[in-house]
Every structure is written in C-alpha cells, then in structure tokens.
Design a protein around this ligand. Sequence first.
Ligand code: NAI
Length: 329
Amino acid sequence: MKDPITVSITGAAGNIGYALLFRIASGSVFGPDQPVNLNLIEIEPALPALQGVVMELDDCAFPLLNEITATADLNEGFKDADWALLVGSVPRKAGMERNDLLGINGKIFTGQGQAIAANAKSSCRTLVVGNPCNTNCLIAMSNAAGLPKNQFFAMTRLDENRAKSQLAAKAGVHSSQVTNLCIWGNHSATQYPDFTNAKIDGKPVTEVITDIDWLKGEFISTVQQRGAAIIKARGASSAASAANAALDTVVSLINPTPEGDWHSVAVCSDGSYGIEAGIMASMPIRTNADGTWEVVQGVPVDEFSQEKIDATIAELVEERDAVKDLIPG
Ligand code: NAI
C-alpha cells in the first residue's frame, strides 16, 4: 500500500464540501490504491456540523480513508498537505457590492495562503473554488511566500463542463464527444467559452453546429448565466456539479491530457495570448506525462474571441486592482 496523501479542504461542512469529501475518500480521485488523509477546515461556528460530516465519513468505512482531522486551526488544517482545496468563502449577500465581497473574502485567502506556505508540503497544489475564485487564488498565491506560482489554480472546470453539455445537446451527441473546449478568463459572467476551437467528434464545432447566431449568442449567455439559472431552479447554488468539477480539475492535473486535447483551469498568466502576466486567468492547459503542466500555445484567437477575452481579462485586472492592498509587493 502507498503512503497516504493529505488533502486539506476548507468549507468542508458546506454544500460543495458535502458532495466532495465522500468521493475523495472513496478513491475515485487519487486511485484505488492511494490512501488519503482528510484535513477538514471550517470556521468555529460550523465545527458541530463538521462533526456530523465526520461521523458520516466514519460510517462509510472507506478502505482508503486513513485519518480525518477536523479543525478551525489553519496550521493544523494545512499540515503536510499535498493538495489544498479552498472551497470555503463568504457568500455574496443582498446589497453587497462585488468589491465588498472581494475585500471580505480576500482577507480569508491571505491567511490561508500564509498557512499553506508555512505548513503544507513544498509540493502542495492549491485549487481555489470559493468565489470570486480567480482573485481569491491570486491573493492566496501572493501570500504563500516560497511556494511556486505554478502550484496555484482557480476553478473554471464547471464552466467547461457546462459548455460541453450545451454543445452536445445542440448537436444531439454525448458530451464526451466534445473536446478542446477552453474557458478563457474569469469564473464570472464575463467568461468566454470558446466554441471557435472546440470540436465534436474531432470536427470543428462550427461545422457540426451551423447556427452561428446561437453559438455567438444563446450558447455563450447560457453558459455564463448557468449558475444563476440553477439557483433559480433549485433555490440553492450548484454544489454537486461544482464538487464534480473540482474533482475533474484535480484528475486532469494529475493525469496526462489525451493527445491533442486540453482542459480549462485558471493559472498565473505568463503573458501567453497577451494576457497580463501575474493574473489568474483561465486558458487551455495540458498536463504532461511527468505531471507538469503547460499552457497550450498557438490556439487560434479570431477577432470575435479576442474581444471576448479582452473583456474578461479587463475584469480580472479590475479585481486585482481592487485587492492590491492584500497582495504583498
Ligand atoms: P456553503 O455556504 O454551503 O459552504 C461554505 C462553507 O465555507 C460553510 O460551511 C462556511 O462555514 C465555510 N467557510 C466560510 N468561511 C470559511 C473560512 N474562512 N475557512 C473555512 N471555512 C469557511 O457554500 P458552497 O455551496 O459550498 O460554495 C462554496 C463556495 O464555492 C462559494 O464561494 C461559491 O460561490 C463557490 N462556488 C464556486 C464555483 C466555481 O465554479 N468556481 C461553483 C459553485 C460555487
């Protein structure tokens, strides 16, 4: 049996946490021969609820679940972490401006970035799910002194999965037949699901779906507004599909990407595609056989796409500027 890996998860008593933990503990993410320790991190008032989740994890008697730590202490919570999944954050309330939310959550992510740097393994990879996830991730990364920037990611995989499912439904195929779908930019309503480079059964989407007005209009807005549509229908925000996307992201980052394909995740820009270096922007990513990742270069960006990418990057730059006090020089 391999040595256990340690996965630290914030917001573990929340809705996404509830849909996430059991799948990690079951072995469906890190493999059927990989034991895991779960470090579950919550704020003090949520610790009793977290205890209930721990009882349920115990009651599953998962063969691969080695140890569970439930804590409100960040040092204990990130101790020896191989992966940090930062899910917990404060939801936007009525009357709250986006900048208020950035400020409130930003403070959470400075402390978590510092605690990851001080306690986790130097190889620890961090995936931020809690919104606004790109900028929260930028804050965590900037406060995690000594950890390489290429170990920080923010989640746009739910948007990718949503986009694939919309294209598949329109074309009358299974979503697994849709590949090369890149979400560019921010996980927000400005994100750009790039249909111009996506493929269905290896053919350009624009050859299979000839309704270009739908692609440029309803398709993009449906993906951008899907979160709001789910809240309206369910009376609660997407949790199971968000947890699924977080796990898809981890799986895609630890396994080689199929030849010719890519996956979407926000990474610290190196200036590729003219995206300002240093911001956390979603782009096409490939994971190599040795476990490293790279930005896929040379993906064609036409005039329509460039305009959309510029808009979402402008929003990320604005968000970065709004939290500059939380980013050490
Ligand atoms: P939730 O409100 O059910 O759970 C959040 C949990 O985080 C609560 O248990 C809360 O006590 C905890 N929490 C708050 N501050 C914390 C802190 N400082 N440290 C540790 N835990 C803390 O929310 P849910 O549905 O689980 O969503 C979590 C986050 O994920 C939200 O910010 C949501 O907007 C975001 N999200 C992101 C998506 C993406 O695609 N990137 C998709 C869907 C949701």
